[in-house]
Write a protein that binds this ligand. Structure first.
Ligand SMILES: *Cc1c(COP(=O)(O)O)cnc(C)c1O
Length: 387
């Protein structure tokens, strides 16, 4: 089976984990601090603003809490978004408002976001589909003009840039994921970046029992006595990262440029192998001054064909998928009769092909050949127009 996503964990990560074992301290410690600093450096931001947590979803819940979102507040997000973003909004009693996306890039345009803003809108949660930055710069400008806070769900965009500016540095808060399917993985893990220093301190408290830094289980040099006493500032959770996962993260971050480079050549190979194939549209090129992380690689198939092709590929040992199933159709989020034509089209015709740094050239060729044959087996009656 050729996997659609797959992490690259090897002897270097294992050696880093072994070093943590010999320290006998797998919890939050110096490696966590080092990973936060290295990740901040990768983004070009102040290391005090990066908080390592145990998932991006935990980061999204913290973001919603930090922004004080609740009943009566609307949060605009593309319908093609991650389930955890909508859950975080709904759990706080706020309402997700789903906007349309471009049917081929699967990112919303600034106009799509603007159309969904009302005077109840307090925040926008944006992602960078498959690693494409999209109109994040325009959308962050729009949010500033309207006094709306911007959260970037940068889980797809660990190495994405607009010019020399990293995705995740456009919003007030950003989150990344290092779960098992992401480009760089720590097994589970996430990073939260806060533009504001005071909010970064609040995020740290929310991630660890709501404790003020000097109190509780973290003895610090400044406390001379009774360092075990508690100073609870807010009712926080316990969603911190640890030195075991941070040790893996430090190695993965060093390997990241190589991962992205390989993914870029996989994407280029697919585009070359599938160019001009009838019934397969290759994705739009990455705009001139944008850098993609190449997290997803997708094609657009003829209407009505995607599900059949996915099933046939699976039969032949090629695992494909679609991300992210539209949230505006999910009853739990108050699915109503909203029409989002770009989302509907994307959700019916988009197929994500295997894309990861572990793919060999031969595997990319095999996927392309299987795709071309599966598409060519299109039943003849399907090409007739509807009556
Ligand atoms: C993977 C992913 C997440 C979730 O990350 P976790 O670390 O598993 O919580 C969030 N948003 C997007 C866009 C993702 O792709």
């Amino acid at each position: 089976m050729i996997n659609v996503f797959q992490p690259s964990l090897g002897p270097e990560e294992l050696a880093a984990v072994e070093a943590v074992f010999s320290d006998s301290w797998p919890g939050l410690g110096r490696r966590t601090t080092a990973f936060e600093a290295a990740f901040a450096d990768h983004l070009g931001v102040d290391p005090a603003r990066a908080v390592f947590v145990n998932s991006a979803t935990a980061g999204l819940f913290i973001a919603v809490e930090l922004l004080g979102l609740g009943p009566g507040d609307d949060v605009v997000m593309p319908s093609v978004s991650f389930v955890g973003a909508a859950n975080a909004v709904c759990a706080a009693g706020a309402r997700p408002v789903f906007c349309d996306v471009d049917p081929f890039t699967l990112n919303p345009t600034a106009a799509d976001v603007e159309r969904s803003l009302t005077d109840r809108t307090r925040a926008v949660i944006l992602l960078h589909y498959g690693g494409l930055p999209g109109e994040v710069a325009e959308i962050s400008r729009l949010c500033r003009e309207r006094g709306v806070r911007l959260v970037e769900d940068a889980a797809c965009a660990v190495a994405s840039r607009v010019g020399d500016r990293a995705c995740g540095t456009f919003g007030d808060i950003a989150v990344w994921s290092f779960d098992a399917m992401k480009i760089m993985s720590t097994g589970d893990g996430g990073m939260v970046l806060l533009r504001d220093g005071e909010e970064a301190e609040r995020a740290r408290r929310l991630a660890y029992h709501g404790l003020n830094h000097h109190s509780g289980m973290s003895a610090s040099r400044s406390v001379a006595r009774r360092w075990w006493e508690l100073d609870v500032a807010v009712f926080g959770r316990r969603v911190i990262g640890n030195d075991l996962t941070a040790a893996i993260g430090l190695v993965q971050l060093e390997r990241l440029p190589g991962f992205v480079e390989r993914r870029r050549s996989v994407a280029a190979a697919y585009d070359r192998l599938l160019a001009g194939v009838e019934g397969v549209e290759t994705p739009p090129p990455v705009p001139e001054n944008h850098t993609s992380s190449h997290y997803f690689h997708w094609v657009r198939l003829a209407p009505g064909e995607r599900d059949r092709v996915a099933a046939e590929l699976l039969d032949r040992g090629v695992y494909t998928t679609f991300r992210y199933a539209p949230l505006h159709r999910v009853p739990a989020y108050g699915a109503g009769p909203v029409r989002l034509p770009g989302v509907e089209e994307a959700a019916e015709r988009t197929l994500l092909l295997p894309q990861h740094q572990g793919l060999s050239d031969a595997e990319v060729e095999r996927v392309s050949e299987e795709l071309v044959s599966a598409v060519a087996r299109r039943p003849p009656h399907r090409s007739e127009p509807d009556r």
